[in-house]
Every structure is written in C-alpha cells, then in structure tokens.
Unconditional design. Structure first.
Lengths: 183, 406
C-alpha cells in the first residue's frame, strides 16, 4: 500500500474526487463523475509525477442502482494498481466518454462493455456489439437480466424469488436486484 | 434505455425477403451503424471482401475475419467474434466463490492455470486470506510448467500456419510430457481446476516429482533441439523477419502486454512490475527484444522458456515444507468490497476484478484476457501485408479463441 500516493492523488484531483481515496492491499481507488473521465485520465496519463501509461483493464459494472465504468491503471511511479471508478451513470441512458483517445486498445473493451451493459462510450468510432449477434436486444450482464434456470444457485444463497427470463416492465429495477455493494 | 429497436432486425422477414442471405456473407445485411463499420464496408475500385473462418484451420479456433483485399494485399480487416461466447462472467456471478473457479479453466484451454490464478488471487484479497508458502511455491512451479507447455504449443502452431508440418510433432512431445506431469499432480490433463482459495488442491506427489525429475534432466537439450529446427531454418527466419512490425508507442496505445509488448522493447512483466506470489524471491530475467516483428515475438517466447526452466529449478530447491491450504470456512462470505488481481501468463496479463456484496456469490466478476486485447491489434499490424502473411502475423500474437470469446 502506497500511502504517499494517496496524498498525491488527493492533492492533484481534490475537487474532482467523489468520496475519499481508498486503499486496500495493493490497490488504490478513486471515484470520479463520468463527466470528468477525459480530464482525469489525461492527467493521469501525462502528469510527470503520475505517468499512468498502461491501461490494465476497462470494464462496466451494474450495481443495481447505477452503472459504473471501472479503469485499472499501472504506472512505475507507484507500487499500487490504481482503480478509477466513474460512477453514477444512469441505468436508463448510461453514457461515458471513450478512453480511445489515449489508448486505442480500449476500443474492444468498450465494445464489450456496450454489448454487456449498454453503456454508450462517446467518441468510440466502432461502438457495436462484439459477442452477441448484431440484432440482439438485451444486455446480458445487467442485474435485471435473469438466467433461464437456477441450477447455478448455491444453497447458501438463501431463498430467492424464482428467476424470470423477462423482468416485468413496470416494476422498479432496484427492487429486483441484490443490494448494491458500491454505495 | 438506448436500444436498437429503430433499426431493422435480422429476424425481420422484410429484411431477408428482398435478397439471398448467406450465413457467412461478409456484407452486413443491415445498415452500417458505426463510423468504422461504414468505412470498412465501403469498397473502392478494385477492392473486395473475403470472409475467412470461422472454420478456417489457421485461425486457432472459431475466429471469423472479414478481409478487405486489393489483389493479394490486405487493405483492412474486421474480426468478428462471439462464436465461442459462453458468458463466463455471468456464470461466475451466479455461482459461489468455489464454483466460480472451475468456470475460469476453459477460458484459455492451453494455459488453464493462468486463468484460475487471477480469479483465485482476487478472491483471496477479498477475504484477506494468507496463502501458505508451500502452496505459493507449488503454484509458481505448476504455472511455469504450464507456461512452457503453452509456448511449445505456440512454436508448433506458428510453424504450422506458415506451412511447416514437422515442428508441431516435435513440440507436442514436450507438451505431452508436461501435460502428463500436471495430470499426475492435478488429476486432469487440460482443465486442471487445481488452485483453490487459500492454496492448492493437493500436495506434490511421487509420480509428479519423478516425472518432473526425468524431464528436467533432458529438458534443456530437448527444447533446444526442437527450437533449432526453426531458429536455424533460413526459410522460416527470412519469412518472419520484418513481418507485422510494431513499435513500442503503438503497442502501449493498443494496451498490449506480455511477450508481444516485450518484443517491442518495453520490459513490462507483471511478475516484476507488480510482484505477486513468491516471484520477488526468485531469480530470473525478463528477456526483451527491440525489433517488434514476428521473429522477435517468436524468439522472445523461446527465451522465456529458458527463464521458466530456471524458475522451476529454483522452486524445486527452495520448496518449503508445510500445509498447502489455509484454514477456511466451507461457506465463504467476504465483506463487501472490491479486489483486482493480475498475473503474467504466457500471453500477457491475465486479470480479474471482483466485486463482493457480502453474499456467497461474486456480485461482479470481470475477467481480463490478453488474447482479446492482442487480437485487436491485428487490425493495426496486418494492413499492407499479403493475405498469406496475415496468417503468420495472427499466429505470432498467439491468441486463443476460448479466451477471446469468454
């Protein structure tokens, strides 16, 4: 855990951070608003004392209440993985800026996040489905997408309502999914 | 929610009635929907689209690539994925923490241990589990064996894609010896399911150690004689040199990792860059090369095999005694939190990001696979090469479709 790095991040991004910078094991985590992604990633990539030139991972997360885009970055200036969480994307119309202006290789990871969660990455030139067929309508990794059978459920999970292939349209989404771990 | 409802669907009979629709027709039967797709499917004079795969033998699985050709030259290409998509992430989110590990194995079926490793490591971080040192040494030992098996298979496939039929017969000798060893250790030939949260499934046994001792006595010699078949083959070397060149800045922009990145001169190896397990205690080099072409990628992997042998040797000498599993409750319910773990596999960084909500199932399980990332960069490397060389470039990146399609 790199304590000094936490201080550097807070000094650099103080007003953009949503919540405190958290550290656990070898990871440092910062939360930002989706509107700030472009500036924050650019600063992390180009800042002389940061130099996060290596994008380790990009993925979407559905917490049940909102959507997140999670970036994992690596730099030789710190011994920690840096996790940047862009949180608070609305479930009805999740939008985030694309990271392809820094890392062209993020294109397919963003396509995957679009395919699985429906997150629109503004600025990605090739945002179409990557795994599912082009005429597919759903977003399979969303929490309101239920598997057709409950064979994989473990007995320790307790009693859960029977899974439905189609969630009722009018029910509020938050009532159907498990408690959100993020907020 | 933004959906594609306003666009014609493939299931819409009106779309299909007015034309003969072949299953593998390269031109999409729907209006193009992105800038890049429109650019790709617009043909200039003299260009044509050719569909390759998904059953093409040199695509290493079920990859389909639409090639835009000008004569025999590839102008552009569009990989079409999803023929092997199983939804592993969703399956893991509907299984408990122990069950999730067995879904990770078939991702990259030639290096299964490296698919299990980041998942298991991420779970351990969530639960603050301390893995016994003997278990860590066994993980490194079996992992490096798996790396050699994967690289020797790469050697064979690489030559096969270039039309050389002999090397794959030689490399399978190596690979089979290692696979037999690992099956003595884990009970499975390919999908080992060996790593557990808090350790490994079983301790080293006599059969594994005696097989390993036999193999180690002739491994270096055997590997070198296998490689000499290609390293000293003038046709092979001339064909590979200068093919599919990539510079380090582009490789970083394409977020490449592993041998493909190190072949461009960037000495990034997760084992050194972000040490995990017992790698800080072991002595090994990170080979790099500066050319960034297919030959460099091939030679770099062969150098890595030698380093893996060194690591195996040290593991056997320094293997501590003790338990191979930490004491854990049978039902695991980690506190809510998030964990990320990355390991260096034979193809690059394998990583897992796990979110826990306090139940016994992962709330979100993200699997990062290097093959997926590397396959993307063929779009940068292949244009302006001949169609026959496109295969060689693709093979030199060593993608495994099980990992690409998840």
């Amino acid at each position: 855990m790199d304590r000094a790095f936490k201080g550097r991040l807070e000094a650099r991004f103080g007003e953009r951070l949503l919540g405190p910078v958290r550290q656990r094991h070898d990871e440092t985590e910062m939360r930002i608003a989706p509107g700030d992604v472009t500036q924050v990633l650019t600063a992390l990539h180009d800042g002389p004392e940061l130099r996060f030139e290596f994008l380790a991972d990009l993925c979407g997360v559905d917490t049940g209440n909102d959507m997140q885009v999670v970036y994992h970055l690596w730099s030789e200036t710190t011994s920690d993985w840096l996790r940047v969480i862009a949180e608070g994307l609305t479930r009805d119309d999740p939008r985030a800026p694309s990271a392809t202006f820094l890392w062209k290789g993020a294109e397919w990871m963003e396509r995957e996040a679009y395919d699985m969660f429906g997150i629109i990455f503004e600025g990605n030139r090739d945002l179409r489905r990557i795994y599912m067929p082009p005429d597919y309508q759903s977003f399979p990794l969303r929490k309101d997408f239920y598997l057709a059978d409950d064979a994989a459920r473990s007995p320790g999970g307790g009693v859960r309502p029977m899974e439905r292939t189609h969630a009722p349209v009018d029910a509020s989404v938050a009532a159907l999914v498990r408690r959100s771990p993020g907020s | 929610m933004t959906t594609t409802t306003d666009r014609p669907s493939l299931d819409d009979p009106r779309v299909q009635l007015d034309r003969d629709l072949g299953v593998f027709e390269p031109i999409p039967p729907y209006p193009t929907r992105t800038e890049r797709e429109a650019e790709f499917y617009t043909l200039r004079d003299g260009e044509m689209l050719i569909n390759m795969g998904p059953q093409h033998p040199s695509t290493h699985g079920v990859l389909r690539v639409v090639l835009k050709l000008d004569g025999e030259k590839v102008v552009d290409l569009d990989p079409v994925l999803g023929y092997l998509h199983r939804g592993v992430e969703k399956l893991c989110e509907n299984a408990d923490y122990h069950q999730a590990i067995c879904y990770l194995d078939p991702l990259e079926y030639v290096s299964s241990l490296f698919c299990e490793w980041p998942g298991v490591m991420a779970f351990e971080k969530l639960m603050d589990v301390q893995v016994p040192r003997r278990a860590e040494y066994i993980r490194v030992l079996s992992g490096e064996l798996n790396r050699i098996a994967s690289h020797s298979l790469f050697l064979g496939w690489m030559a096969l894609d270039l039309g050389g039929l002999t090397p794959i017969l030689w490399s399978f000798i190596e690979r089979d010896e290692i696979v037999d060893m690992l099956s003595a250790l884990t009970g499975q030939r390919m999908l080992f399911n060996y790593f557990r949260i808090g350790g490994v499934n079983g301790d080293l046994n006599h059969e594994f150690l005696s097989r390993l001792g036999d193999w180690m006595s002739h491994a270096t010699e055997q590997i070198e004689s296998g490689q000499a078949l290609l390293n000293e083959n003038e046709i092979f070397v001339r064909r590979m040199r200068g093919l599919g060149t990539m510079d380090s800045a582009t490789a970083l922009r394409m977020v490449m990792t592993g041998p493909n990145l190190r072949a461009t001169g960037v000495p990034f190896d997760v084992r050194r860059a972000h040490p995990y397990s017992v790698y800080p205690e072991l002595d090994f080099d990170i080979p790099t090369r500066s050319e960034g072409d297919c030959l460099a990628r091939y030679l770099l992997r062969m150098d890595e095999v030698k380093q893996s042998l060194r690591i195996i040797d040290q593991c056997l000498h320094e293997m501590p005694d003790g338990p191979v599993m930490a004491k854990l409750p049978r039902l695991l319910r980690p506190r809510p939190g998030r964990a990320y773990a990355g390991v260096e596999g034979p193809r690059g960084q394998y990583a897992a990001y796990v979110v826990s909500d306090g139940t016994d199932q992962p709330f979100r399980m993200r699997i990062h696979d290097p093959s997926f990332i590397h396959l993307q960069s063929v779009g940068v490397m292949v244009p302006d090469h001949l169609i026959a060389d496109a295969m060689a470039v693709m093979a030199s990146l060593d993608p495994i479709m099980g990992g690409v399609d998840k």
